[in-house]
Write a protein of this length. Sequence first.
Length: 235
Amino acid sequence: MALKAVFFDAAGTLFKTVRPVGESYARFAQKYGMDVAPADLSARFHVRFSDAPPLAFPGAPPDQIPQLERDWWKNLVREIFQPWGPFRDFEEYFSDLFAYFKRADSWSLYADTVETLSTLKGRGFILVVVSNFDSRVLGIIEGLGIAPWFDSVIISSQVGYAKPAPEIFHSALSLHELDADEALHIGDSLDKDVAGARNAGLTGVWLNRRGFSAAGSSTEVRSLNELVAIADRLS
């Protein structure tokens, strides 16, 4: 069937943090007497984030999800700082950090985001965010000014499944009454985005902004702008 929809990952695809994660973690930590090198925190973040359980809460009542999201991140951040011993004011620190990353001005759009979204929307495609994020992403997308381009935002914490689980992609398909071969998904993770999309029956595209080498990646772009030609070809 002809392509009708383009699904996007959020962080790392449409937008990024304004500074490296480790730098932000370190800046806030210094306020509370914890002095750790940003590079060490960044390395620790990537390890613990990769090992963390899915940011999804199957069967949880909607009114409990905000607290579950916050607790998920609190546990992760606590584990990140574990090698440096007791963090006396951790609760206050975490509250500041969590609030900071909720702000749209702690994130910035990639230079190719708006042009790509505008072009694809002008072509008549349904545009959807499919993200392993929490509810803060809704305000971030709104604050960065890209919410009007999207027909829906599918968040792992709200639907109960996180990429690469096929169910999160199926949730987006079902919402828009699409068959899997009518949608394409692009993201910066070969595992969660590309393999996840393909296992759900969608076309998966790897956004490889840094030019990493990876065997077996059949559909790869270096910028979102390149996605337009792929979408046109499949439509």
